[in-house]
Design a protein around this ligand. Structure first.
Ligand SMILES: O=C(O)[C@H]1O[C@H](OP(=O)(O)OP(=O)(O)OC[C@H]2O[C@@H](n3ccc(=O)[nH]c3=O)[C@H](O)[C@@H]2O)[C@H](O)[C@@H](O)[C@H]1O
Length: 430
């Protein structure tokens, strides 16, 4: 019996046998019969294609339905509750990247003082999402809802602003990491450029427009060698794609401030560390490897110079974030129309005392009571800069920013958290 494919697409000449011994009538009949057969098959094919397409669209919409973890009356109610303020003059803040390191700490601090907080996070797997889920649970225990969704989801963003008249946005969602940018460059464009623009588009159209405070980075100083880094120093020599996307963010936010009257503050964070931190960062991965008896690689700069960072403790950063929100000023536009000039600011948030990376390892060894196996290596040309050092006088003047935690104290708190979260002997820590 011929297959359907054979019937529809005869490929061998012998398959259509022409019977020359039959009369014209019969030929006509056969011809008619074969035409009608083809017609029926064509109809069948069309019907098959149509049903395939509608099935496909059903599957797609089903996927959308099942993967979207937002929507529904109950969800809307939770959003409104989470955004409710609990103090006179309190803020309603949308915190993006709320299941991230800085985002979770800032969310808790805002809630604690009576502000309303709605979190947003895409829970991507740049590092172990279970740590992000654990932070989400922590926030949930304090009545903070973290919506699972992406900044680039225009409908979700619009929906959040439909439900809540956010007074402020604390935008901390980003693709972080300096060296990973060489492995996955498009993730930086997706989050740090496209995601930022989607957020700004949503904010500019909102009525009222929120004020925005967002995470820039010390990395914008790039190859700048004037220390300490001041906001007036040049930032046009980024050393990594990560830095370039943060610098681009500063330019993009300036545009939205200029055209739409959005009040915008960029915070240049200097290597932030602490409990619930990011496993991709050196202090965190060193801790894990030291405990597991693995060798750690310590990079070194030109002429065997040690690298140094202005490591900044999370609690100090949180104070800087809240201070920025409190002094952000107001956006002047509404519904996409500017009504007057609005503040545009950039601040360094650092610790002001750079520490060499080998010294960081010494401190970890002390707190962990384990000797590190060190391998010293020339810094690969992958976006790293030799040192960072913040001048914080501007932030001090504007909102009294004054870091109080040195690296010894901060790492002690980190190690205590690390051991309580992962345990001492576990090999499968992230
Ligand atoms: O301030 C910022 O704007 C950035 O801070 C952070 O970047 P960095 O300052 O590079 O921190 P981090 O990776 O902890 O490396 C610290 C030091 O350890 C060295 N380092 C690193 C890894 C390693 O295996 N060995 C090593 O010597 C390394 O060479 C470096 O000297 C954030 O990750 C980034 O998202 C961004 O926010």
């Amino acid at each position: 019996m011929p297959s359907l494919e054979d019937e529809l697409f005869p490929s061998t000449p012998g398959k259509f046998k022409i019977d020359r011994g039959h009369n014209i009538n019969r030929q006509f009949h056969r011809c008619f019969a074969s035409t009608s057969t083809m017609f029926i098959w064509a109809l069948f094919l069309i019907a098959l294609t149509a049903s395939y397409l509608s099935f496909q669209s059903f599957v797609d919409s089903g996927n959308r339905y099942f993967t979207a973890s937002w929507g529904g009356i109950q969800w809307e109610k939770q959003i409104r509750n989470s955004a409710k303020t609990n103090r006179p003059g309190g803020m309603s803040v949308l915190v993006t990247g709320a299941a991230g390191f800085i985002g979770s700490h800032v969310s808790l601090a805002l809630k604690k003082r009576g502000d309303g907080v709605v979190g947003l996070d895409n829970f991507n797997n740049y590092y172990d999402p279970s740590l992000k889920k654990a932070r989400q649970s922590l926030l949930h225990s304090q009545a903070i809802l973290v919506v699972e969704g992406d900044l680039n989801d225009v409908k979700l963003m619009a929906k959040l602003f439909d439900l809540v008249a956010f007074t402020h946005v604390m935008h901390l969602a980003a693709q972080a990491g300096v060296r990973y940018a060489m492995e996955n460059p498009s993730s930086y464009v997706h989050s740090n450029i496209a995601g930022l623009v989607t957020l700004l588009e949503t904010c500019k159209s909102a009525n009222p427009q929120p004020a925005i405070v967002w995470a820039s980075s010390s990395s914008v100083y790039g190859l700048n060698d004037k220390v300490p880094f001041s906001e007036l120093d040049r930032t046009d020599q980024p050393a990594s794609l990560y830095a370039a996307t943060k610098k681009a963010g500063e330019e993009i936010t300036h545009t939205y401030n200029h055209i739409y009257g959005l009040a915008i503050t960029g915070l240049r964070f200097f290597t932030v560390y602490g409990p619930w931190g990011r496993p991709d960062m050196a202090y965190f991965s060193f801790t894990r490897n030291i405990l597991q008896g693995k060798t750690i690689t310590i990079y070194r700069g030109k002429n065997k110079a040690d690298l140094a960072r202005d490591f900044t403790y999370i609690d100090d950063i949180v104070k800087g974030c809240l201070g920025s929100l409190d002094t952000s000023g107001r956006s002047t536009g509404s519904g996409g129309k500017k009504r007057g000039p609005a503040p545009y600011r950039n601040f360094n948030l650092g610790n002001t005392t750079p520490v060499k990376v080998p010294t960081l390892v010494n401190i970890l060894e002390k707190h962990l009571r384990v000797k590190a196996k060190r391998k010293i290596m020339e810094m690969p040309g992958n976006g790293d800069v030799p040192y960072t050092h913040a001048n914080i006088s501007l932030a001090r003047r504007e909102f009294g920013y004054k870091p109080t935690t040195d690296l010894q104290t901060g790492l002690k708190k980190f190690v205590r958290w690390y051991l309580s979260y992962y345990g001492y002997n576990r090999k499968d820590v992230w």
